[in-house]
Structures are given as structure tokens and as C-alpha cells.
Design a protein around this ligand. Structure first.
Ligand SMILES: Nc1ncnc2c1ncn2[C@@H]1O[C@H](COP(=O)(O)OP(=O)(O)OP(=O)(O)O)[C@@H](O)[C@H]1O
Length: 697
């Protein structure tokens, strides 16, 4: 069942392929279209002419629905563009934008296949059309990459993409720029042929005014208004001109004279259509323009579609999504270097993190001042128990050791008095000893504590060495000099747990999240800039479809990234996992999806690469610090703690630590909370990105 039949065509708009009434459009304070009336008759070629900057492209964008008009009414093939159930945007319209709007990594054939899939052409139809278009547009081999084509060839591929599905309405923005005269003539001849049976209508803008003589009707635009709309011969006759160009010049002069005498309302005399003198508003309002006063020319009906049509309009089409996913896969295939880099990056990051963060410092230079000379002195035994891989001992005199630490050569000085052995023996054996014996029987340590991790390590190693010495000397009597505190086997984790173990789960989530942000943050920015988003939208691809297709294709990439991350984390760096691997994988994948969705928000909201990069980078450090990835959340002061727990990675990192180190499952609040927060952010970001993209296309 066709959806179109459910919405009746507007009465009074039959016979017109495009009808614009009182159309206004501004960019901020700049009024580009001013109460413009235009009618493209069904089955005709309409040449839209006008000087650079007069608003032709803006008008075409309003007609295809990629720009919203500030006021007025537009109907295209009987209904307003983007009206639910209408095939404009969609298969009925072929749009060639002024920008090339082609994927550079595609071949000519890929380009046509892509649009063929979107329009639902069968394989045979697509193949036949490719064959015809390559011959007709005099294109090089279909396997040629778009990026290697000349400017003119690219324009012809772009024109071919608009002609591909034999649309009912062709909207061509300067298709003949950069095309040689022979081919220009051929293109016009083709247009004349396709409109011959009255089924196809064409609106075309061109700088070559004379070529528009082949159009059935020309519209002459200046300063956002239509000066004339009539068959080319009538325009020339009316102004006694031999060429369309001189008729146009004369019209402009008349317009300037009338314009200088009268207010803006009087230009209507110059057009065949009437123009209303109302001024434009700057703000954009929906194309349907419900609630606005109708044009004096005719009543434009409100288009109400029942909920079934609306629902069908919203439900994503598999063929669109498949076309978009295949597009991303083909582009990735054409950039193997970039793909390898994307797969290697997480591995490099996690390897660097596990190798460089959280381990014990090694080769720390410490000055040792040992005033005992005997070979059997206890000081020597204690020093032999010091971990030599971490501490590099340098034997010096007291003065040299202090000069060295002040010069930054050593991280500490360890000094033993000359009677250390006898004094420490007395300390152990006698219940009461003098202060001098306590002093002389102590190991004196001076540390440079500017590096906390090194300082803590030195303190621990010296304690360990002394404990080992006591154990060695006293055996079962060692309790006499030990603290009366006994640390039993830990409930969770191991006694030798290091900082790497703490930081790894959060780091894995952060790496997945930020790589996903990086993959997607620029995707729409570049496509929007190159006009590809608009072109796909006019071909009928909705914002939701674009969003979901990006999500699915990027999921392929992050799945490989996550697999490599897990192999390195669990198998190579042997980070323990006591819990369910399925839960670990699910949480990491969901964080990747959150990253993709957040990247899509950036991409939808921001127009240029620099700002998109800044936004992605700008949140990196605050998020990393506030999410408790590198330091416990418990250290964050209270007002900030509320912000911290609301972030996508705080509860998720905690959940991953609970799964991996405590072996907990979804029945534990700390685990399901991490999943719930992640899912909540996913949904929020995806909806936000879809809404922004919808509002901006
Ligand atoms: N995104 C935009 N933001 C602000 N101003 C814009 C934007 N796009 C176009 N304009 C302005 O609107 C006016 C009309 O531009 P438009 O591209 O519609 O002209 P045109 O008639 O198609 O010109 P050309 O023949 O050179 O392509 C110009 O003054 C242009 O600077």
C-alpha cells in the first residue's frame, strides 16, 4: 500500500511541480529570500537565473527541505517537503547540490550503488543505470576513485547521482559548471528529453544565462526576489532583447530604478506572480507553516497525516541503514592505514598504561652513610635486605650524601651510627635504655618527598628490609619488635595489589569511551561540510537512520578494539578477573556505545572540525579526573562528588572493578548501578544527537 494516497494533494497545486508563495528566509539579520513567489510547471524545465549571491541555492535548499523558511509556503509535487508519507525528500526527487557532496574514498560505481541502495533500486536497475550514466556523462572507468577525478568529472558524477533513480523532479544547482560545451549541450538535450512526456520536471540554476533558453520557463532572481517568471522568448520579447542575458540586464536596471523610487512592496509589478509586501522574520519556523496567514494567491491546506503514516515516516528503513553501514565499511576498507591505527591505538594505550603506571619505581638512587666498619655489623645485614631492583645504594660520607641529596642526585639518605649494632642489640634485650642508645640504635633516614610515590616506596622498602632483618635475627622471637597489628589475608584482592590493578578497569572504560568519541565526533561535521548529510537527507535518509547506521558501523570497529583490549589486559598483563567475562564485555561495549553517542552529539551540534576537536578534548581531562579513574572518588570534595557520580564513567568504573576483583554479578547494587547509568547516558546522548541533527538538517 502506498503511503502517498493517504494524504491528499493540495487543491490548486495540480499542474505545478513546485509552488512557492511568499517565501522568506534569513540568515540572522541577512534577508536572503524576500516574499518570493515561484511556480515550476509540471513536466517542464525551469531555469532559475540570477547573479551570484542572489539566493538561488538558498531557495533550492528550502524547496528540498534542508533549510526551513522563515515564512510562506512551499509545495513540492503536491505536498510540502518533509511532510509525513511524502517521497520528497526521497526517491521522487533527484538533487544535485552546488557542493560536490561525494564521498572521496568511493569509486564512481560505489557512489551510484550507494544512492541506488538508498532509493531501493534492484541490482539490475542499478547496473543498467550505471552503464547508461557512465556513457552519457562521459565518465572514466567506474572503478576510478572520486578523489582522483577532475573537478568537472566530479560534478558529472554528482549529476549522475541525481539522475540515477529517474526521479519525477530534478533539482540541479549549477550542474553545468566546469563542463565542456559539448557535454553541456548533451546534458540540456537529456533534460529536454526526460521532460518530454510530461512526467518529469526540472529546476536548474546556471551561470550560463544563454543556455537557459532551452528551458520552458525562466525565473530571474535578484536580491532574493523574482523579477520575472515566463518562457525565455516572452522575457526577451517583453524587453526587446536579442539575448536572454540582455533581457536580464534590462530587467535588473528596471528593478533598480523602480526599487529606488518605491519601497520594497512595489517590485511585484516586475513579476508575473504577485508578491506580497510583508517583511520577513528572522527566526525559522516549520516548513508546514501551520497557523500562518495564507498567501493572497491561494489557500494552502494544512497537511495532517494520520498516526500510521507518521509512524511509518519515523520507523527506520533497513535499506537506508544497510546502505549507510555499507558506505562506512567501504570507506574504512579504502583507508587501511587509518583502520589499523584505530585497532592498534587501544592496544598501545593499555600497554603503556600497564607498563608505565602503578608499578614500583626502579633504580632509585639512595645515599648510604654507614659509620660501622665491622664486617658483621647489623647495618650491613639490614642493607642487604633492601630491594636492590628498586633502590640503588651509593656509599658515601655524611657530607657527600647531603650535598648529593640537596643537588637532587639522591632521593634519600640512610645513615647508621658507629655503634648501631651494639645499641640496637641493647634496645632489643633491655627493657629500659637511655635516649642515647635509642638514638644510636635507630636507622636515620632523610627523604626528598617531592615525589610522593618514590617517598612512599622508599619508606616501605626500608620497613620491609628491617622486618626481614628482624625475622632473620630473631626468628620466632621477632614478635618482640613487631607492631601488635596483624593483617590477615585480604577478603578481596591480593596483599601485593598495586596501583595498576586499581586503575586498569577505569582506564579500559576511558580508552573505549574516548576512542569511540574520536571515531564519531567528526563524522557528521565533515559530511555536513561537504553537503553529504543534506544530500542523503534529500534522498530520504532520516536523522534517526543516519544516527543508527553510524552507531552500528562504529560498533564493528569498537568490537575489534575491545577484543584486543581484553586480550592485552587479561592475558598479556594478567590483570585478574574473578567475575563473569560476559558482564565485563557487556559493560565495556556499552561504554563504547556511550562514547559513540556522545561523539554523535558533538558531531551533530558543531559545524567545524576545530570546534569538534576542542569539545572532544575539552571534556577529556575533567571527565578522567572526576570519574575516579586515576584516583579514588572518595578524595573528591563534596559538591564535586555529586557531579562525579552523575558522569558516565564513575559508577561504571566502580562496577567493572567489582566484577573483576570481587567477582560480583548483576544482583549487586554497585554492579547494576554501573550498567544503569551507562544505559541512561546512552539513551540520552542518542536522543539528543537525533534531535539536534533533525533540527539542523
Ligand atoms: N549558511 C549561511 N550563513 C549565512 N549566510 C549565508 C549562508 N549561506 C548563504 N548565505 C548568504 O546568503 C546569500 C545567498 O546565498 P546563495 O548561496 O543562496 O546565493 P546563490 O544565488 O546561490 O549564489 P551563487 O550563484 O554564487 O551560488 C549570500 O549573501 C550568502 O552569503
Amino acid at each position: 500500500m502506498k503511503t502517498e494516497v493517504e494524504i491528499p494533494a493540495s487543491p490548486g497545486v495540480e499542474g505545478a511541480a513546485i509552488r512557492c508563495r511568499d517565501v522568506c528566509r534569513s540568515y540572522g539579520k541577512l534577508k536572503v529570500l524576500s516574499n518570493l513567489n515561484l511556480t515550476v510547471p509540471q513536466g517542464q524545465i525551469y531555469g532559475l537565473l540570477g547573479p551570484s549571491g542572489c539566493g538561488k541555492t538558498t531557495l533550492l535548499k528550502c524547496i528540498v527541505g534542508t533549510l526551513k523558511i522563515s515564512r510562506g509556503h512551499i509545495t513540492v509535487l503536491g505536498k510540502p517537503p518533509a511532510c509525513p508519507g511524502h517521497d520528497v525528500p526521497g526517491k521522487m526527487v533527484g538533487y544535485m547540490p552546488q557542493d560536490l557532496a561525494l564521498y572521496n574514498e568511493f569509486t564512481i560505481s560505489d557512489t551510484f550503488w550507494f544512492f541506488g541502495r538508498i532509493h531501493g533500486l534492484s541490482n539490475r536497475e542499478t547496473q543498467e543505470r550505471i552503464k547508461f550514466l557512465i556513457a552519457f556523462l562521459d565518465l572514466p572507468q567506474k572503478s576510478s576513485l572520486v578523489k582522483n577525478l577532475s573537478g568537472g568529472q566530479k560534478r558529472r558524477v554528482s549529476l549522475g547521482a541525481a539522475l540515477l533513480q529517474n526521479p519525477q523532479l530534478l533539482i540541479l544547482d549549477e550542474p553545468t559548471v566546469g563542463v565542456d560545451p559539448v557535454l553541456r549541450a548533451k546534458i540540456w538535450q537529456h533534460l529536454v528529453e526526460i521532460v518530454r512526456d510530461g512526467q518529469v520536471s526540472v529546476i536548474i540554476t546556471t551561470h550560463y544565462i544563454e543556455e537557459a533558453r532551452q528551458a520552458n520557463t525562466v525565473g530571474l532572481m535578484r536580491n532574493g526576489r523574482l523579477l520575472a517568471e515566463a518562457p525565455p522568448e516572452s522575457v526577451m520579447k517583453q524587453h526587446n532583447a536579442m539575448t536572454l542575458e540582455s533581457a536580464f540586464l534590462q530587467l535588473c536596471e528596471d528593478f533598480d530604478q523602480v526599487g529606488s523610487k518605491h519601497s520594497s512592496g512595489s517590485e511585484g509589478a516586475l513579476t508575473e506572480s504577485s508578491q506580497s509586501p510583508e517583511s520577513c522574520r528572522d527566526e525559522s519556523c516549520p516548513i508546514l507553516a501551520n497557523g500562518q496567514s495564507p498567501s493572497p494567491v491561494e489557500e494552502v491546506p494544512k497537511y495532517t497525516a494520520d498516526w500510521k503514516v507518521r509512524a511509518r515516516h519515523v520507523v527506520p528503513k533497513w535499506r537506508h541503514m544497510a546502505a549507510l553501514v555499507i558506505k562506512t565499511v567501504v570507506r574504512m576498507k579504502r583507508m587501511p592505514g587509518s583502520l589499523c591505527f584505530q585497532f592498534l591505538l587501544p592496544v598501545i594505550q593499555i600497554s603503556l598504561m600497564c607498563l608505565c603506571i602503578g608499578g614500583d619505581p626502579r633504580g632509585i638512587h639512595v645515599a648510604v652513610v654507614n659509620n660501622e666498619t665491622s664486617q658483621f655489623a647489623f647495618s650491613r645485614t639490614i642493607l642487604s635486605f633492601l630491594d636492590n631492583s628498586s633502590i640503588h645504594q651509593v656509599n658515601l660520607s655524611h657530607a657527600q650524601a647531603f650535598a648529593g641529596i640537596y643537588n637532587g642526585e639522591f632521593w634519600g639518605v640512610i645513615e647508621f651510627g658507629e655503634n648501631f649494632t651494639s645499641y640496637i642489640s641493647k634496645r632489643i634485650q633491655q627493657p629500659r635504655v637511655s635516649k642515647a642508645i635509642v638514638e644510636g640504635g635507630s636507622i636515620h633516614v632523610w627523604l626528598d618527598l617531592t615525589n610522593r610515590q618514590i617517598g612512599i616506596m622508599l619508606q616501605k622498602k626500608i620497613h620491609d628490609a628491617f622486618e626481614a632483618f628482624v625475622q632473620y635475627k630473631l626468628g620466632s622471637m621477632s614478635y618482640m619488635v613487631a607492631l601488635p597489628i596483624k593483617f590477615e589475608e585480604p577478603i578481596y584482592g591480593s596483599k601485593n595489589t598495586d596501583f595498576t590493578t586499581f586503575v586498569t578497569p577505569g582506564a579500559v572504560l576511558s580508552i573505549t569511551f574516548y576512542l569511540a568519541v574520536g571515531l564519531t565526533a567528526l563524522s557528521f561535521v565533515l559530511e555536513r561540510k561537504e553537503g553529504l548529510l543534506d544530500r542523503c537527507w534529500v534522498a530520504g535518509v532520516s536523522s534517526l537512520e543516519t544516527m543508527l547506521a553510524h552507531l552500528f558501523s562504529q560498533l564493528l570497529v569498537i568490537s575489534v578494539q575491545i577484543l584486543l583490549l581484553l586480550i592485552f589486559t587479561l592475558l598479556i598483563f594478567k590483570i585478574p578477573n574473578e567475575g563473569s567475562l560476559a558482564l565485563v564485555v557487556s559493560l565495556i561495549v556499552l561504554q563504547g556505545v556511550t562514547g559513540i553517542s556522545f561523539g554523535l552529539v558533538i558531531s551533530s551540534a558543531i559545524d567545524d572540525e576545530q570546534s569538534a576537536n576542542q569539545a572532544a578534548l575539552g571534556i577529556f581531562y575533567p571527565n578522567l579526573i572526576l570519574s575516579g579513574v586515576i584516583w579514588p572518588v572518595e578524595c573528591i570534595p563534596y559538591p564535586l562528588r555529586y557531579l562525579s557520580v552523575a558522569l558516565p564513567q564513575t559508577y561504571a568504573s566502580e562496577a567493572l572493578r567489582c566484577i573483576m576483583y570481587r567477582g560480583w554479578g548483576l544482583s549487586r547494587m554497585m554492579v547494576w548501578r554501573g550498567f544503569a547509568v551507562t544505559l541512561g547516558w546512552n539513551t540520552f546522548f542518542l536522543i539528543l544527537a537525533t534531535v539536534i541533527l533533525k533540527l539542523r538538517t
